[in-house]
Design a protein around this ligand. Structure first.
Ligand SMILES: Nc1nc2c(ncn2[C@@H]2O[C@H](COP(=O)(O)OP(=O)(O)OP(=O)(O)O)[C@@H](O)[C@H]2O)c(=O)[nH]1
Ligand SMILES: [Mg+2]
Length: 432
């Protein structure tokens, strides 16, 4: 630890103290100020806060995803085996709190379920790509909030995608190429040859070359271990040349000589997971956890998230420069967007008004036509009814006439009848 700075007058450097070399001015300090402790402050704070790491495992059902994650973190995460009969690809997300000495790690493992089991695999990459984007979107939404809470925020953006390639010894499958092609701009991909104990040493080297040449041919970008830090340049560039890592996973403890090692026991011998001449597991673990975890996180933030954020904000209409290539402020964009939105609202309102007026006109016209039709019908019925009434009245008049005539005839016949019977009576009386 550095000593605490004592209260001393500030040293004014002489001209000789200021050395000019490559335009960098160096100040020779005579006192001790204590800022050499800054890295310790960062370390302490990071240890207090803990670390987080999000891994996405993409690979066919039963290819060894869970076993490899268990082996990498030397813990049994108790993952159940999946069935081969899923009609769609799903993602299983599990978060674990791990601790190694005083370092705490919040590990999120996202694994594909049912990958490679469908007959039509054309859209197999979609749920994976959507999930990665959804995590970027959640982070962007948090960033855009007025009241942000990044201290408690669980950053679920995927830092690395371990892509499990089947140990066919042949070549990549079209599913592998399609998926990697569709996610390579969203996530750091580290390709792995899974269950590498299934391939002989000679075949493995050829298989690795074949995979790398296919990736290059199809323009698939995989994660490159960074070579710009001189402390890791050598190891990282050597590891870049050994991709894809051929890995074997196992949590079994096997006796080799007097030692217990993690490995897979076969009738002909033991494959030691942590033996570098048996497989690349140790290389993967070193590269992933010891050397490059921070770089993976940084790449996720500065490359992949930045790309997503940039596209998204462009889509919404944000830009850094105006039409005249002059920088525009957030306020100006906001005002312009507001005006644009207001104009659009006005346009839509006007359109709606016109549409409504037209509809009212149409309706009015239809109603008028219907009214006229009704009126015509009414007039027609009235006419028919009038004619009917006249006809009935005529019939009534005729009937009345007939009744009068009938009564007349009846009266006449009664008179005749009376006269007839009087005459008959007179005749009878005369005969007597
Ligand atoms: N030969 C060999 N077998 C392995 C290896 N890793 C895992 N296995 C075996 O493969 C089987 C499936 O392993 P899992 O780790 O459950 O595979 P997974 O991809 O998680 O499977 P799902 O989650 O069901 O899709 C188990 O029987 C493992 O013991 C390996 O490196 N080599
Ligand atoms: Mg599993």
């Amino acid at each position: 630890m550095a000593e605490k700075p004592m209260c001393m007058p500030t040293q004014i450097p002489d001209d000789e103290d200021i050395q000019r070399e490559d335009n960098i001015r160096c100040l020779t300090m005579l006192g001790h100020f204590g800022f050499e402790c800054l890295p310790h402050q960062l370390v302490n704070r990071s240890i207090q806060q803990g670390f987080s790491f999000n891994v996405l495992c993409v690979g066919e059902t039963g290819i060894g995803k869970s076993t490899l994650i268990d082996t990498l973190f030397n813990t049994n995460l108790k993952d159940k085996k999946s069935s081969h009969f899923y009609s769609n690809i799903e993602l299983k997300i599990q978060t674990y709190e791990l601790q190694e000495s005083n370092v705490q790690l919040k590990l999120t493992v996202v694994k594909t379920v049912g990958y490679g089991d469908q007959i039509n695999k054309e859209a197999s990459f979609q749920p994976i790509a959507d999930y990665i984007d959804a995590q970027f979107e959640a982070y962007l939404q948090e960033e855009l909030k007025i009241k942000r809470s990044f201290v408690d925020y669980h950053d679920s953006r995927i830092h690395v995608c371990l892509y499990f390639i089947s140990p066919t010894g042949h070549s990549l499958k079209s599913l592998d190429l399609l998926t990697m092609k569709n996610i390579d701009s969203k996530v750091n991909i580290i390709p792995l040859i899974a269950k590498a104990d299934a391939i002989s040493k000679n075949d493995l080297q050829k298989f690795k070359c074949k995979i790398m040449s296919e990736l290059v041919t199809h323009g698939i970008q995989i994660y490159q271990f960074p070579t710009d830090d001189e402390t890791t340049t050598q190891v990282n560039s050597s590891m870049n040349g050994q991709l894809p890592f051929a890995v074997v996973g196992s949590m079994d403890e096997v006796k080799v000589g007097k030692r217990m090692v993690r490995g897979r026991q076969y009738p002909w011998g033991v494959l030691q997971v942590e033996n570098e001449s048996h497989c690349d597991f140790v290389k993967l673990r070193d590269m992933l956890l010891c050397t490059n975890m921070e770089d993976l996180k940084e790449q996720t933030h500065t490359q992949h998230y930045e790309r997503y954020r940039c596209c998204k904000l462009h889509k919404i209409g944000f830009t850094d420069v105006g039409p005249d290539n002059q920088p525009v402020s957030f306020q100006e964009i906001y005002e312009a967007k507001r005006q644009e939105f207001y104009d659009q609202c006005q346009r839509e309102e006007e359109e709606l008004k016109q549409k409504f007026m037209q509809q009212v006109k149409d309706k009015e016209m239809t109603l008028k036509e219907a009214e006229k039709e009704l009126q015509d019908k009414f007039e027609h019925l009235k006419r028919v009814q009038q004619e009917e009434r006249i006809k009935i009245e005529e019939e009534k008049r005729q009937l009345e006439e007939e009744i009068i005539n009938f009564y007349k005839m009846k009266a006449g016949s009664e008179t005749l009848q009376t006269q007839g019977s009087t005459n008959i009576k007179k005749d009878k009386d005369r005969k007597k």
